[in-house]
Write a protein that binds this ligand. Sequence first.
Ligand code: ADP
Ligand code: MG
Length: 313
Amino acid sequence: MDSLADLESRAGREAPAFGARAHILCDNLVRIFKPEGATGVEVVALQGLDLLIGEGELVAIVGASGSGKSTLLNVLSGLDVPTAGLARVAGVDLLSMTPRDRLRFRRFVVGFIWQQTARNLLPYLTARENVALPMRLAGGTARRERRARAGELLELIGVADCADRRPGELSGGQQQRVAVAVALANSPQVILADEPTGELDSETSDTVFGALRHANRELGVTTVIVTHDPLVSEQVDRTIGIRDGRTSSETVRRTSSDGGVIAEEYAVLDRAGRLQLPREFTSALSMEHRVRLELERDHIGVWPDTRGDESND
Ligand code: ADP
Ligand code: MG
């Protein structure tokens, strides 16, 4: 017969870990920037951020400037190492990578697109050569093979006509679409884009989002786009809001039975039970410092603290 210890250890084993099946997982992620000199203050850019993204999902991340979006993407792309917590992308633990693992991860597992168009492409190479370059660095493919695949990717992204032009001969939108093809060159499992349309007008932005969405649908690559553009949320499965270095809200879009699109907004409840109330809600009811909670049959009520400072008496 099983001893109690056996049963306990089995129960522990069988309970799936948090986000065990997620393609991208952040658990209590912290990134603190320490000042260089003796003066200056530490910045806690990520303050215990939780995030789960499934394989093949297309997700937008929105949030005010300084809320930690780029810090998060830099961690997920293997460029930056978090201070504490857990971060895993496509099964790779980002905190325990050796420099060699990191290079491999950045070359084969993730593709990255920056906001600055000039940062994505080499100016003296044509679009096709830019897309072929990551394959060349990875090795193992012949020049003809690389050129053919680069052509296919440019075609998939809708910029086949730009193949033989250099970045200087392309519009900003075309450059960013070529950058999507570059990011896809080594068949990554995840694409990360940090405000890829930040320098573009809204019409041109649409074509770049269209390209990312197309790549997501056609290739099944998990895609995370940081953006300021409120219209983007209409083009993705899920929009995740970040506030002060934590995920704070989610908008999930789904198609209703009559074919219309329904957007439902949620607050994120983290594993410690914390939840951020929208500032508009708390200020409308002058809620600050503490609130009164009541458990009802099917919901939790949150009331302003009307007892004022009584507790201080
Ligand atoms: P976002 O992309 O949402 O605008 P960031 O992730 O760039 O925000 O920045 C989050 C916070 O971390 C900001 O307060 C920013 O000043 C700070 N920060 C980002 N990178 C660094 C760095 N390398 N050194 C010091 N502070 C940084
Ligand atoms: Mg940023």
